[in-house]
Every structure is written in structure tokens, then in C-alpha cells.
Design a protein around this ligand. Sequence first.
Ligand code: GLA
Length: 458
Amino acid sequence: MTSHPPKLKVQLSRNERLQRLKEAFQEKYGEPVLFYACAPGRVNLIGEHIDYCGYAVLPMAIEQNILAAVSVNNSQTIQLANTNEKYQDFTVSSDSIAIDRDNPQWQYYFLCGVKGIQEHLGVSPLAGMRCVVDGTIPASSGLSSSSALVCCAGLVTMEANRQARSKVELAEVCAKCERYIGTEGGGMDQSISFLAEEGTAKLIEFNPLRATDVRLPDEAVFVIANCCVEMNKAASSHFNIRVVECRIAAKVLAKAGGLEWERVQKLAEVQEQLGLSLEEALGRVEEVLHPEPYTREEVIRLLGITAQQLSDNILSANTQQVPQFKLYQRAKHVYGEAARVLRFKSVCDSAPTDAVVQLGQLMNQSHQSCRDLYECSCTQLDQLVDICLQAGAVGSRLTGAGWGGCSVSMVPAEKIDSFLRTVREKYYLPDARLVTLEKHSLFVTKPGGGAAIYTEGK
Ligand code: GLA
């Protein structure tokens, strides 16, 4: 059943972190906080790199989030500060918001949310705001800290300008507006940040966006482990290269299938328009595509387009120079992974006695496919996943964009203590640089709640 997302505005319940943020805000700006907004990070359990191809994914929100304290004024400036001194203060006039793609610093993610909501709601002039942001999601670790910041800023902007929109609408706007910083993500992170509910993972489907509860087995625990290699999606082109490879693969498959290929952008559209099952779509990949990488010339010839059309209509800004494209491998991953998501959901729904084993196998296959076909893992992440399996996980895989960041493992509840001990001993302790990072890098997680605005109430 598709559930209704919980309320966006909730009464504040006091806690230490909020109290500290309140004090930091008052000290910084010498005035009281008007409201708070928060948006969580996420861990994706299965369904990697397929949201932007039109396929459903299966994440859950984590407890770690971005929390902002806000006051509103009529100065038409936006003042930002962060409780982490690594992130500098920033002030901008609300009518001249510019996002520097070549320099993806923290404030630009915030401004993506501001600008996206401003444009969507057509608010002008924007209310002036003062904000102090406090984040607990480890940055560049694949747990979606940047999207949570965008979502939090979107929520802040909506509330500061006295507007009200549904969580689904906010998720859609925030997914689009992250493109201002140059990443072409598919919407999973923003959707789960808004639509999450405590105690349940979600199957997130797109077009139209909807979220369905997925009850995870009680006898398993999910553990996040950071391999401590940092990856910033916006600062490298790996991510957008994959997006473009999938787009080209979709067009080549569409053309071979006699579809109006110019209008096709996503692999899911090919499957749908040709009326294929995912299994059949995989067969089509075998028939139509070859494993050797495609050169630009070959793509141009196959699609019957000019080099200019390739640049203008298919490639993104930071993929203009890519010399070759692995279409077969990427399409195989996408159709295979899309099928694994559906199997994962159906195992959770039917809850057979060996559910944990079956889910674990799906997670392991997902990791292998990410590593070998999608090539979005890295040596340390593969090593960490292997250690997690040796330590007793029934399933372990990279989560998020990859090329660094975190793994997620499913561990039988009774093995959790020895699992944590072994991963610590084998991955973190042998490397002096990792020992200091370990505290925030290995933790048990359970499905957390979604974005919310907190008011003090009367
Ligand atoms: C990033 C993107 C998401 C998704 C994942 C990979 O987190 O923002 O939309 O594509 O990578 O699954």
C-alpha cells in the first residue's frame, strides 16, 4: 500500500542538539530562532544508479540529518553560517543568487534549494533569512549529505516565505534543483529525504513519484561502514559519464527497436515502449550492444547524427571530452539491478523463512554488478565489503553513488557484536589514518523519519 507521508510541520521536542543550535544561533545573530527545519540523509539498500534511468529504488532515511535554525527579516539578504567551522559563513543578496558549478562548496548546495523553491513558487522578492546549519551526515560518503542540505534549504525557503507545499512536490523540486550544481542525479535522495517514515524502508517509484512501505525482516540489522575514501559527485565527472552512457545506450537500443529514439532518454522508456520484461530487456542488450566500448564516431554513425548534435543534445557540460562509452555493461547493470529491486521488495513482502539469506544474495549480486559492470566501486570499498562478509554479514554492498563512501551490510541480529568487532579490527585498526575516523564510520542504522519543520508552538 502506498502510504500518505506524515505531516511536514511538527511541534518541537527539546533535545540537546537543538538546544546547542539555538544557543549558537542567538550568539551569532543576537536574535531568537523563528523555526527549525531538518532533512535526513539516506542509505540505499538496493537499486544503485537506476533512478535516473527511470527505475524504482529501495532506500531508507538514516538518523543523521541536516538541521537548520532560521529567522526571517526584510533585508533581502540570505546569511548562512555552519556549526562546523570547516564551512565558512556566507552572505548573498536574495535577488542575485549565483551557483558556482566549478566550485561545489557547501553554501551552493543550500542555494540550489533556495533558488529551486523560489523559481517553482515564483516568489519575488524572497524573504531575507538568517540560518545556522548543523549537519551530522558524514560528507562525501554516499549518505547523501549534499541532497539533504538542498532539501533542508528548500524547506527553509518555503517556510520563510510562508508557503505550503506537499512533500511529494518538494521532493520533485529539490531533485531538479540539484542540477544547478551540475549533477544529474535521479531523485532518489531527495525523495527519501522527504517521504521517509520512521520504522520502514521505502520503495520509491518515479513518474509519478510515489513511496511504498517495505517492511524489513526483524531478525536482521543494517550496518553502515565508511571506507573513508571521499567522493564528491559534483567535483568529478564519473557520475555524469554514467548518466550519459545510459542515455546513449537507451537511444541505441530504441533505434534498433524501431522507436522514435530522439525522444527516448531513459532505459526504462525503451523497456516500456517495446513492451519487454526486464529479462527480455537484458536479452535485447545481448543482441544489440557489444561489450567493446563505443567510440564517439561509432555513436555518431549508429544514431546518424553529427558531432555537434552529440555534444549539444546528448552529452552534459562535464562529459564533452569523454572519448568512449561502455553501453553494454551499463545497460546490463541497469536492467539487472531494476529486477533485483523488485525481487527484494517481494521477498520482504512475502517474508519466507529464508528471507534474510535471499535478501543478502540480492545485495551481494548488486555489489558485484556495481563493481564489474557499472565500475562505480573502488579498491577500498571492495575490500571493506569483503571484510563485512567475512565478519558475518549475509549481504554487503556499496551504497550511494560509489567510487568511495559507504557500504551497507545486512547482519543477523545475533551476530552484530562480533560483526562490529571484526570489521573494526580488520578494516579500521590496521590503518592509523582510519582509527581516528572510525567513530563516525561504522554504525548500526534503522529507518528514520523524513524532513520536517519544527516550530516552538504557543
Ligand atoms: C547519487 C544520486 C542518486 C542516485 C545514486 C546512485 O546519490 O544523487 O540520484 O543516482 O547516486 O544510485
